[in-house]
Design a protein around this ligand. Structure first.
Ligand code: ACO
Length: 359
């Protein structure tokens, strides 16, 4: 049990956690509250690619019990059953699928994958092997409509989990690059950080795409985006690749999205400190209220910033919300908590409700 990340007394911990969750859903989890309520109104099928894990199973039990989603569990059946029994989980009637035992389905998925990827270097032989892997199998389930959303990534690195999703499901129409957003909540208000998980060194053009995508997802959470494009300089105060790129991205984004409140390039403290903005940069569109949406110049900055806030900043975080996929796929960060997983399921379900409506 230790290797699945379970504390000494999971049941006790769970009770405390559950109490905490209930309290938070009602009080400080306002932002998620709406999403969770909406998920419950029309629960969807969510496939968990890494179900041989206590945290995933605990989250699956909760979302089932709270009527947020219908889980499907992927993994070795005996191992999953063992965990369910060991921790007295109530997952009766939940489908458990081991892709290695699903010959007919794998053959069908292999051909579908081959059709998609035959001109991208995959042979049918490759596809037959790949669909036995849970991430590919899970993505194929979402792709073929057997499931509405996929949750994965708890125990594997992000890039090897996102690759199957990009190959099998891909981006939604009109989107060039997917990106990952984190919601950082402090006592004041939620902040939206992007891109925190996908694009290594986005160009100015790519930053403009990321800005548009992020604005849409900020609205998904019922907030009006006030966007700052971040750099280590304020409005041309330093020279260098990052200031130039972020300044250019700001200029293009203002043109492309005339209705959005965007400014930059600016330093992170400037973006969120209205005193500083008003005193030194009163001309800025953000001078009134400051930013709630922070666009990072590259993955290193965005990823490091959110993780530091999470670990030593004491902030409540939700994510990573994978934005711009054609169908809902969300990849957890290594070591996400049960609570993080439940939040991501709620987001995926609401994502799926909207996605279905479009079809
Ligand atoms: N948006 C949309 N599609 C993309 C993106 C993107 N950002 N990046 C790649 N793709 C597409 C490619 O165009 C390609 O499409 P195609 O094969 O149909 O033509 C497909 O995805 C697969 O591309 P690959 O070339 O196999 O993958 P690539 O080498 O481009 O890598 C990846 C993509 C895995 C996302 C890479 O950019 C990466 O590793 N990013 C960083 C992930 C990471 O480590 N994040 C930090 C940790 S996350 C955390 O802390 C929670």
């Amino acid at each position: 049990a230790m290797e699945t990340g379970v504390a000494k007394n999971p049941i006790k911990n769970w009770e405390r956690y559950h109490h905490d969750l209930q309290a938070r859903i009602g009080i400080d989890q306002k932002l998620m509250n709406r999403v969770i309520t909406q998920a419950r109104q029309n629960p969807k099928t969510v496939v968990f690619a890494e179900a041989d894990n206590y945290k995933i199973l605990k989250a699956a039990e909760t979302v089932l019990e709270q009527n947020m989603a219908f889980p499907i569990l992927l993994g070795e059946k005996a191992r999953i059953q063992e965990l369910i029994e060991e921790f007295h989980l109530e997952l009766d009637g939940v489908k458990i699928i081991d892709p290695r035992e699903e010959d007919a389905k794998c053959e069908k998925f292999a051909h579908l994958l081959y059709e998609k990827r035959k001109r991208k270097g995959m042979t049918l032989f490759d596809c037959r092997k790949l669909v036995r892997i849970r991430n590919y199998f899970g993505c194929m389930m979402v792709e073929t409509g057997e499931a509405d959303a996929l949750i994965s990534g708890l125990t594997r690195d992000y890039s090897s989990t996102i690759k199957p999703a990009l190959q099998v499901i891909g981006v939604e129409e009109g989107v060039n690059k997917v990106a990952g957003m984190y919601i950082i909540q402090n006592k004041k208000e939620p902040y939206f950080f992007s891109d925190t998980t996908v694009n290594l060194q986005p160009t100015a053009e790519e930053l403009v795409d990321i800005i548009g995508l992020t604005a849409r997802y900020v609205r998904f959470f019922d907030r009006v985006p006030r966007i700052a494009v971040l750099s280590y300089s304020n409005f041309g105060s330093s020279a260098g690749v990052v200031p130039t790129k972020t300044r250019e991205a700001t200029r293009m984004a203002k043109q492309r999205y005339p209705d959005l409140l965007i400014d930059g390039e600016m330093q992170a403290n400037t973006a969120v400190n209205t005193d500083l903005l008003r005193e030194h940069y009163p001309f800025s569109e953000l001078a009134n209220e400051g930013a709630n949406t922070l666009i990072f110049p590259g993955l290193a900055a965005g990823n490091i910033a959110y993780k530091l806030l999470q670990e030593i900043g004491g902030a409540e975080t939700i994510g990573p919300v994978l934005m711009g996929m054609r169908k809902p796929v969300h990849i957890l960060q290594l070591g996400s908590s049960v609570r993080d997983i439940i939040n991501m399921v709620a987001i995926a379900v609401v994502d799926a409700q909207t996605c279905k409506a479009k079809l």
